[in-house]
Design a binder for this molecule. Structure first.
Ligand code: DX5
Ligand code: ZN
Length: 222
């Protein structure tokens, strides 16, 4: 297996120091910047919109990994593509015509991501796997940073990896929620290749060192 891709989540940033903190995470080796868009309906909190995507686009050339926890994500595909998102991930429960919207995301030149909540069955993925570039396994119930990794996510990652291998999909397998130096290795061994990390990066005094350490926890595995 190759090394772990870290998607540093700006939800845990000190927004007054956004540029400095993102630059530090990238210096530590973060490949992607993860942006959690919440609408106050699909999840209780409200967070960011396209202004922060545009701001991040000026700060870094790293791909922006946008996770939409919103109802009717299809209404935002064009807006996020124009703002500079590279990955557009949404939840199947948030809309009806999931396959159509995954295809529309690709048509706008973004990677199409499908997010699975802890209680969401793999059947949602199985039906549209050919249209998916990234599977986001939620290892917490979405809505807040700083939650604990749900141990049941590890088995779910294994099942998603088996499904992707069975159909020879090259989709990325990303895990989101509670990723720390203590949990990342379990998720990596189960078959995840990409790891969202908010608190474990920006909650640390040295975000660059924190990213480096998360990656090292995977590389030292045999
Ligand atoms: C949770 C978000 C996560 C969040 C992860 O709803 O989807 O991306 O930023 O935060 P940590 O890494 O602190 O669990
Ligand atoms: Zn997220």
């Amino acid at each position: 297996m190759t090394g772990a891709r870290i998607a540093a989540s700006v939800l845990a940033c000190d927004l007054g120091r956004l540029g400095e903190q993102v630059t530090a995470a990238v210096a530590g080796g973060a490949e992607w910047i993860h942006v959690d868009v919440m609408d106050g309906h699909f999840v209780p909190s409200l967070t960011f919109g396209t202004p922060i995507i545009r701001a991040l686009r000026r700060i870094t050339d790293r791909p922006l990994d946008v996770h939409l926890m919103v109802q009717h994500p299809e209404h935002y595909i064009a807006e996020y593509a124009d703002a500079g998102a590279a990955v557009f991930t949404f939840h199947p429960e948030a809309t009806v015509h999931v396959q159509r919207h995954l295809a529309a995301v690709r048509e706008r030149g973004m990677l199409a991501g499908l997010a699975l909540n802890p209680a969401t069955p793999l059947a949602h993925l199985e039906e549209v796997v050919a249209d998916v570039d990234l599977v986001l396994v939620m290892s917490v119930n979405p809505g807040y940073g700083g939650q604990n990794y749900l141990p049941s996510a590890t088995e779910k990652i294994r099942r998603v990896r088996a499904l992707l291998d069975r159909v020879a999909s090259r989709a990325a397998l990303e895990v989101d929620g509670g990723i720390t130096t203590a949990t990342i290795a379990d998720a990596y061994r189960a078959g995840a290749d990409s790891f969202v990390a908010g608190t474990a990066v920006f909650g640390e005094p040295d975000p660059a060192a924190a990213v480096h350490e998360l990656k090292r926890r995977c590389l030292t595995l045999v």
